[in-house]
Design a protein. Structure first.
Length: 450
């Protein structure tokens, strides 16, 4: 399953972005996250071109939670994308990269007063307001800073796409957004109309992630348009912006067949245009917020194979030098991946093995039962389609340093996130004075009951 610029070169090695992956491993070490830069750019362009083809007034907003670094922010700006951030940390990353604040959308179900102040100060384009509590907080903070905040309301359209329960978000029983059927969303509109420091521009929704059908998106577009009409009829307010969120699925396995970006956009745009005519509403500015479908297939995780253990008659465990610390998805969602051996990319398969991570946790298995060529210590395992929600969810369980990330394109590689060092791991650790020890001398034991 080769995607983007992947190919097998004359040495029989996997190549991405014109770079021999075996060479990348010796230059940067493993585990290494390799990002096919031109595939990321192509995906941004597909979204923008498709929007241009099917709609007039639009914005494509990349969901930073999928993968965000300062270099990624630069790439997004160059491609004409806007950015969704969900925390002070993501916002800070964007500001560090000098990303235009007016193109930043600030999400989150529990924005802290500090984060809100930071965003107001930076002049972010839109706050996606998630609750009554946030509405009051924003009104008061914007007021005390003498500012007005432009907002979209996050609405729960009540649509449940067929995806993993942990990544469904549009249902009524969800921590995100205002309910539509229970009247909360309309109540929020009413409430904010009386507020001095809030300007309501439109509505937002997001029904979930890794969705393989266009119907739930169309259903959502219809529901949101009918809510725009309700607001128009009941409140005599015509909101001008509609953000339909992200969620398009990607290909993790050979047989996965997600809809194309163009079929998603054309179906959504059609629904919005049809309802606008039917309801006699002006066409809202249409926004979409993809994350996974921009970066997911562009990412490859590269590991070095270490211990190989045979459990007689049961299975062969092949351990790699990373695992749930750099890719939590298999442990958390039972996510499935394809793999190949980067230094034996041409060799025929025939050995079914299971790929184990190195964390002290039985659940740290990256792939169960994958067919690969015969393996030995030192081989390089490439796990495919790992560009989304891997580095961004990476952690230091077992004090395992997080990997490096490189962008590859046209035969060049650029480090965009350095590998974490052991020093980085203890950087924020502090030893209280009462536990101090003179270097080289034994620590004086305290009495059992001080
Ligand atoms: N907009 C909002 C408000 C979101 O909550 C999300 C994802 C997106 C856009 C982007 O959705 P995408 O196009 O990437 O599907 N960690 C999980 C995925 C969590 C998705 C959270 N929200 C995973 O690894 O599958």
């Amino acid at each position: 399953m080769l995607t983007g610029t992947m190919r097998i070169n004359s040495k029989g090695h996997l190549e991405i972005g014109g770079c021999d992956v075996v060479g990348l491993a010796s230059r940067y070490g493993t585990p290494l996250n390799i990002m096919d830069e031109s595939l990321v750019r192509t995906r941004c362009r597909y979204y923008l071109q498709s929007m241009e083809k099917h709609y007039t007034n639009f914005e494509v907003i990349y969901a930073g939670k999928a993968f965000l670094t300062t270099a990624m922010c630069r790439l997004l700006e160059e491609e004409g994308m806007s950015l969704d951030v969900v925390s002070g940390g993501e916002l800070f990353t964007a500001l560090q990269a000098d990303f235009p604040p007016a193109r930043i959308y600030f999400h989150g179900n529990n924005k802290t007063p500090k984060e809100i102040e930071m965003a107001l100060e930076a002049g972010v384009g839109r706050f996606i307001v998630d609750s009554f509590s946030e509405l009051d907080l924003l009104e008061s903070l914007a007021g005390s800073m003498g500012l007005q905040a432009e907002v979209l309301f996050r609405v729960k359209p009540g649509v449940m796409p067929d995806t993993h329960q942990y990544i469904q978000t549009g249902q009524v029983d969800s921590k995100f957004g205002f309910g539509l059927t229970d009247g909360q969303a309309l109540e929020a509109v009413e409430k904010c109309l009386g507020m001095k420091h809030i300007l309501l521009r439109g509505l937002h929704c997001h029904i979930g992630s890794q969705i393989f059908h266009t119907e739930p998106f169309v259903q959502t577009a219809n529901i949101m348009m009918s809510f725009l009409r309700e607001i128009d009829v009941i409140k005599n307010v015509q909101l001008t912006e509609l953000n339909l969120g992200g969620g398009l699925g990607i290909r993790y396995l050979k047989d996965d067949q997600p809809p194309s970006i163009d079929s998603l956009i054309s179906a959504m745009a059609e629904a919005v245009k049809t309802r606008a005519v039917e309801y006699n509403l002006p066409l809202p500015k249409l926004m979409i917020e993809p994350g996974r479908s921009i970066v997911g297939e562009a990412g490859t995780s590269l590991y070095t194979i270490g211990t190989i253990k045979e459990v007689p008659g049961i299975r062969r465990y092949v351990s790699v030098d990373g695992g749930m610390s750099d890719n939590l998805r298999p442990a958390l969602y039972n996510a499935k991946y394809e793999a190949l051996v980067a230094n034996k990319a041409e060799q025929s398969r025939g050995e079914v093995v299971s790929i184990a991570g190195k964390a002290c946790e039985s659940g740290d298995m990256l792939i169960w039962d994958v067919d690969l060529p015969p393996l030995e210590r030192g081989d390089l395992l490439a796990i495919l389609s790992t560009g989304a929600y891997t580095y961004s969810m990476a952690n230091n369980y077992n004090r395992i340093p997080r990997p490096a990330v490189v962008f590859v394109q046209g035969g060049n590689s650029d480090l965009v996130i350095k590998r974490e060092s052991y020093e980085d791991l203890v950087m924020n650790d502090l030893i209280p004075k009462r536990m101090r020890k003179i270097k080289g001398e034994p620590l004086i034991k305290k009495a059992a009951n001080p």
